[in-house]
Design a protein around this ligand. Sequence first.
Ligand code: EPZ
Length: 416
Amino acid sequence: MDAIRIYGGKVLSGQTKIQGSKNASLPILAATLLIDGCCEIENCPDISDVYHMLRLLESLGCRVTRRESGVLVDTRGVKEGDMPSDSVGVMRSSIMLLGALLARTGLVAMEYPGGCVIGKRPIDQHLRALRRMGVEITEGQEGFCARATRLRGAVHELPFVSVGVTENLILAAVLAEGETVIHPAAREPEIQALCEFLIRAGGKISGVGTDCLVVKGVKKLYPVRFYVPADRIVAGTYLSACLCAGGRVFLADAPCGQMQSVIDCAKRMGGRLREMPEGLLVEGKACRSLESRLVTAVYPGFPTDLQSLFMVVMAVSGLGGEIEETVFENRFRIVPELIKLGADIRVRGNRARICMGSRLCNTIVEAKELRGGAALVVAALSAEGTGIVTNRHYIDRGYEDITRSLRELGADIELA
Ligand code: EPZ
């Protein structure tokens, strides 16, 4: 069955290694299209979003070899950019191929990437910015065709911070003619990793880690071997599991330096955390309610991808709290499922109030998207009785094997 069974109530104890970052791997895999040769991407996570991205690269003529240590991508056979629709619609990251593919082949035809339950996920800003770099884009009902004989640098004053737009513009600019300025650029660690990859390949990018990136176009990039950093959202997921279930866990390789807003929040909720070079030690349950509202924000603010996980901490601990979601317009889809477990949560617009309350009781709940699905698994760890989370395939998009990792941390959990 496409589900997970959890026997709730166990205190956690153990350690698990945090996988490579999904949201760093995807743009870096797209960036290999800018390099005529063979790159090795180490610590690339074995998750379905990466599988789909690798399939897209193969459909474009790349030769992909999965190894224990990571993935080899040889782009010397890349053909015209015409992506197979059965993969494009599956995930957002296909839009990330747009900038790189335009730089490589000058022509891309693709369907509009699917939205998802957390929001419409429009691509208007991607297309608007690429047009400013000399790309001709013809839009149709189902998709669009983009053509660029030579991408030219431009100064982009973006209307708001977008991770995907920042990534697409970096990929379009790094081999373009002249200089490109991206402001405000997203500052997420995943973007910093993408810039590091491209700089190592010969790209000229300054302002990395700031909200103003300057990319000077170069003639050619060269094959590199690159180690993908650990996934801060996966680490935050298992941190929230300990805040819910209690116990003592060690998250090996957790990128503590990229998780300060999450670590600060966990400490304010009563968790005892110790940041170490090798990872993050987490002890104890959440036992204090947040004195203020938890507000999601672009990096280095509290990440929207951990909003559902910390809603679960507030609900399971009975401490309650308030959450304001400022990045996506529909990211409270987990609420009806938490109410089935006995939580008392009221949503008004982009704010959710989690009322202080009684112990949750497990039942069958339905994952509707990636991070909400992971949050339901975390909730079931601490709820009474046996729980089932269906639609496991959503969770497999971003977690290599959530049941194995949580079992390593002492949870009583299995595939159903
Ligand atoms: C990336 O999505 C991540 N995905 C998301 O992670 C993450 O939640 C998000 O950044 C915010 O950090 C990947 O990296 C593959 P945005 P992205 O463009 O790039 C609006 C996960 O769970 N917008 O920063 O799509 C958009 O609708 C996923 O791993 C436009 O209106 O996010 C959203 O409201 C979920 N027009 C806001 O901007 C556009 O053209 C920020 O989105 C583009 C975006």
